[in-house]
Design a protein around this ligand. Structure first.
Ligand code: NDP
Length: 305
C-alpha cells in the first residue's frame, strides 16, 4: 500500500484556535466581556507546570481572560475546594480547570465534583459524563483529548461513521471511555479493548478506526493495523534517544513517541496521526473551544460549530 496520509493535528488545532479568536472578538463586541479561563495547579510537578503554562498562554492568544491559581503542594483539600467554589461563583470565569494529578492527600473526585458542571471545560464532572453517555452532546462538555481525536477522525472520514468498526485500546475515564461514546454517537460500531482483552492483535486488525490510548511506547506495531485503517495515536511517551547524544548530566537525550509504531503502521494505514503533532495540539485547542462555548451559553450567543 502507499504510505498513509499524515493527519496534521497541529494545522487542524491552529484552525480551531483562529475560529475561537474570531468568535471571541464577536462576543467581546456584543457583551463587552471576554471568556474567562481559570487554571488551578497544586504543587510543582514539572510536567503539570508545562501543561498549565501552555494552556494559560493559548488562552491569552485567544483573547480570553486567563486566571492562574498556583497553590503549594501542602495546600489542604478544604482550601482547594474553597478556591473552586469561589471560581464557581465568579461571573467572569467561564471555564475552570484543575490540573491533575493532585497531591495524594487531596480527593481528586471530590474536587472535580465541586466544579460547576457548566464551567467544567475538562468534561470530567459526572453530570457531563452522563450527558455524553446519554447522547446529549449539545449540553455536554466533552473531555478535550477525545473531542480533539474525534475531530481528526472527522477530517478523514466525515461526520457519519455508519458501517465502520472502531477499536479503542484503553478504557480510562479521560480518554478511552469518552472516545467510545463519541464514536458511538457518530454511528460507528465500537469495541473497547484493554489489558485483559484476549488476542488484542486480532481485535485491532478488525478496526477501520483504531484509537490507541494505552501509555506504552510504540506497542501497536504494523501487525495490529488493518490495511486502509484510520489510526489515531493518543499516546505520549518519552523514551531515551541515545542517537541524539547525551544531556549535560551524561544521561541520553529523549524523544516523544506514541503508542503506535508510526513507521510500521503508516505502511498499512490510510491515514495516521503523528506524535508529536497529532492529538496533542488538539487537546489545548478543544479546551479553548469548550471555554468559548461556556461563555457563549452565558451570553445567549451561538458558539462556532
Ligand atoms: P491510563 O493509564 O489511564 O489507561 C491506559 C489504558 O490502557 C488502560 O485502560 C489499560 O487497561 C490499557 N492498557 C495498558 N496496557 C495494556 C496492554 N498491554 N494491552 C491492552 N491495553 C492496555 O492512560 P490514559 O488514558 O490517561 O492515557 C493513555 C495515553 O494517552 C498515555 O500515553 C497518555 O500520556 C496519553 N494522553 C495524551 C493526551 C494528549 O493530550 N494527547 C491526554 C491524555 C493522555 P486496564 O484498564 O485493563 O488497566
Amino acid at each position: 500500500m502507499a504510505e498513509a496520509k499524515r493527519i496534521d493535528g497541529k494545522a487542524v488545532a491552529a484552525r480551531i484556535i483562529e475560529t475561537v479568536k474570531a468568535s471571541t472578538e464577536t462576543l467581546k463586541a456584543k457583551t463587552g466581556t471576554a471568556p474567562g479561563l481559570a487554571v488551578v495547579i497544586v504543587g510543582e510537578d514539572p510536567a503539570s507546570q508545562v501543561y498549565v503554562g501552555s494552556k494559560a498562554k493559548t488562552a491569552k492568544e485567544c483573547g480570553f481572560t486567563s486566571i492562574k491559581h498556583e497553590l503549594d503542594a501542602e495546600t489542604s483539600e478544604e482550601t482547594l475546594l474553597k478556591v473552586v467554589r469561589d471560581l464557581n461563583a465568579d461571573p467572569a470565569v467561564n471555564g475552570i480547570l484543575v490540573q491533575l494529578p493532585l497531591p495524594k492527600h487531596i480527593d481528586e473526585a471530590k474536587v472535580i465534583q465541586t466544579i460547576d458542571p457548566d464551567k467544567d471545560v475538562d468534561g470530567f464532572h459526572l453530570i457531563n459524563v452522563g450527558r455524553l453517555s446519554t447522547g446529549a452532546l449539545a449540553e455536554a462538555f466533552v473531555p478535550c483529548t477525545p473531542a480533539g481525536s474525534m475531530l481528526l477522525v472527522r477530517e478523514v472520514l466525515g461526520d457519519d461513521l455508519s458501517g465502520k468498526n472502531a477499536v479503542i485500546v484503553g478504557r480510562s475515564n479521560i480518554v478511552g471511555k469518552p472516545m467510545a461514546q463519541l464514536l458511538l454517537a457518530a454511528n460507528a460500531t465500537v469495541t473497547i479493548a484493554h489489558s485483559r482483552t484476549r488476542d488484542l492483535q486480532a481485535v485491532c486488525r478488525g478496526a477501520d478506526i483504531l484509537v490507541a490510548a494505552v501509555g506504552r511506547p510504540e506497542m501497536l506495531t504494523g501487525d495490529y493495523v488493518k490495511d486502509g485503517a484510520v489510526v489515531i495515536d493518543v499516546g505520549i511517551n518519552r523514551i531515551e534517544a541515545p542517537e541524539k547524544g547525551l544531556k549535560e548530566d551524561g544521561t541520553p537525550k529523549t524523544r516523544l513517541v506514541g503508542d503506535v509504531n508510526y513507521a510500521e503502521a503508516s505502511e498499512k494505514a490510510a491515514a495516521i496521526t503523528p506524535v508529536p503533532g497529532g492529538v496533542g495540539p488538539m487537546t489545548i485547542a478543544m479546551l479553548m473551544a469548550n471555554t468559548l462555548r461556556s461563555a457563549c451559553r452565558v451570553a445567549g450567543a451561538e458558539a462556532p460549530k
